[in-house]
Write a protein that binds this ligand. Structure first.
Ligand code: ZN
Length: 130
């Protein structure tokens, strides 16, 4: 599944960026520019329900409200006029945090009796893969 951050980068290849509107058109009605979110959708991103309905993000510049993920993209595009690379970089961090929360570290080894023979070993040591 295409991540929103990836789709934003792909959308940047299709049209130049516009601000304050989802799309800009030429005099013949052809799209000539898109905001970060519209560009992502043009690139094939299919919005997930949580992107549209879950308040999951704060503006990284300290604006005093929480936003849905999709609203954050529009806010950074229009409100702060971030480039799509900047928006994608920030979203990639949020997506990485989502993935870490969704899949906690796997247990690599459980040694409930301690590490026999190792000086200073602690009983019940658990190692995690990183
Ligand atoms: Zn802001």
């Amino acid at each position: 599944m295409l991540r929103l951050s990836e789709a934003i980068r792909l959308g940047a290849l299709l049209h130049r960026q516009c601000f304050g509107a989802s799309c800009a058109f030429d005099h013949e009605g052809a799209v000539v520019a898109t905001c970060a979110l519209s560009g992502a959708i043009d690139a094939g991103y299919q919005a997930q329900r949580r992107d549209l309905s879950v308040l999951s993000a704060r503006c990284p510049l300290g604006c005093p409200y929480r936003l849905t993920r999709a609203a954050l993209v529009v806010h950074l595009n229009d409100g702060h006029q971030w480039t799509r690379d900047q928006i994608a970089d920030h979203l990639a961090q949020l997506e990485a945090a989502d993935e870490r929360r969704a899949s906690p570290p796997r247990l690599a080894a459980v040694d409930p009796v301690g590490r026999a023979g190792q000086e200073g070993a602690t009983r019940g040591t658990v190692d995690f893969e990183t």
